[in-house]
Ligand binder design. Structure first.
Ligand SMILES: Cc1cc2nc3c(=O)[nH]c(=O)nc-3n(C[C@H](O)[C@H](O)[C@H](O)COP(=O)(O)OP(=O)(O)OC[C@H]3O[C@@H](n4cnc5c(N)ncnc54)[C@H](O)[C@@H]3O)c2cc1C
Length: 321
């Protein structure tokens, strides 16, 4: 009988991301309900040092050097066949958005994407899923076995890295029909130090920032003080103040940080769609009627050019204490 949890563990050249630990931490909480053990699936790297899983399935080969839709689909399907889990967890990302629905279709399984909560209710795993651009929340059960879920980064606490689980190499047969596309070139994003979708703190600037220089002198230093990633509204991107890679919202990135600082952003529905599930939202806006204040945990009605530098100094001083 299927049991246990298979967790796709993201890494960067063999260095496991905090999202891998986050999912394993959650899996540890859920595994009493599924029975069995926790298997980490690692694609493109042999090893699992630092992963608090029970065992690792590692898939390597030339197809796994960079992301490849068909190869990753085939590998996930092979790992499910091998581990026979009751539950499969993967981080919600542009990659899983691409290949997890294919896995679900190929194996005839149910998939709930972008969940921000997972809990056991009456023996079943229930996912909490924002819908309609975050205006409503659905509780979703997946009735297939295994049940597939993708989870937004920063949804759960990240446990400490640790452990050296045994690693088994998994051979994946990749046929011509699995390789219908080919990555020709990979272009690194122009920005930043911290990946926006995984950042636990984000400082975003809106149209009020007025220029790219405004981002460089106000938003980026404030983000640096927090150790945060930089985000922006679409108005800032369209005006050329910030690169598209930093856009948050319906046509930008969906983020789920612990803290989201919105500087001079009105709170249009399309912006909210990308950041509404942030745990704490701080909004600075000189218009007390700005819609963002309906969603903000803390609001400051003032000029961003006054508040930004003060906030940066206070944060630096607080973090230095
Ligand atoms: C199909 C579609 C998709 C879209 N996708 C996205 C998306 O992905 N992301 C996104 O962000 N938007 C998106 N938009 C655009 C969205 O509707 C808004 O136009 C946009 O979010 C507005 O950006 P903003 O808040 O920076 O600008 P504005 O709405 O112009 O707000 C600027 C705010 O700054 C305040 N302000 C001005 N000066 C100061 C100051 N000195 N100090 C303090 N506050 C000040 C103002 O009071 C105002 O509230 C989309 C729109 C459509 C139609």
């Amino acid at each position: 009988m299927s049991s246990g949890i298979l967790v796709l563990c993201d890494h960067d050249g063999g260095a496991f991301k905090s999202t891998a630990l986050e999912l394993i931490g959650k899996a540890r909480e859920l595994v009493p309900a599924t029975g069995g053990t926790i298997t980490a699936l690692v694609l493109g790297h042999v090893g699992g040092d630092g992963l608090p899983a029970d065992q690792v399935l590692a898939v390597t080969g030339p197809e796994f050097g960079t992301y490849d839709t068909g190869a990753w689909t085939a590998a996930m399907a092979a790992a499910i066949a091998k581990a026979d889990p009751a539950l499969v967890l993967a981080t919600a990302s542009v990659l899983t958005k691409d290949f997890m629905p294919r896995v679900a279709a190929r194996l005839g399984l149910g998939l709930a994407t972008e969940v921000v909560g997972l809990e056991v209710r009456d023996g079943a795993v229930v996912g909490r899923r924002p819908v309609y651009a975050g205006k409503a929340i659905f509780d979703v059960t997946v009735t297939s076995v295994p049940a597939l879920f993708t989870v937004r980064p920063n949804s759960f606490p990240v446990p400490a890295a640790g452990g050296s689980p045994p690693v088994t190499a998994l051979d994946v047969a990749i046929g011509p029909n699995d390789r219908l596309t080919r990555v020709v070139e990979t272009l690194a994003p122009q920005n930043t130090t911290v990946d926006l979708t995984e950042a636990s703190v984000i400082v975003s600037g809106g149209r009020a920032v007025k220029s790219a220089e405004g981002f460089d002198t106000l938003i980026r230093p404030l983000a640096a003080a927090f150790g945060a990633a930089v985000g922006s509204s679409r108005a800032s991107v369209d005006a050329g103040y910030a690169p598209q890679s930093e856009q948050v919202g319906q046509t930008g990135k969906t983020v789920n940080p612990s803290l989201y600082v919105a500087m001079g952003i009105s709170g249009a529905i399309q912006h909210l769609a990308g950041m509404r599930t942030s745990k704490v939202i701080v909004a600075v806006n000189k218009d007390p009627e700005a819609p963002i204040f309906q969603f903000a945990t803390y609001g400051i009605v003032d000029d961003i050019f006054t508040i930004g530098p003060l906030l940066a100094e206070e944060v630096k001083a607080a973090l230095a204490r």
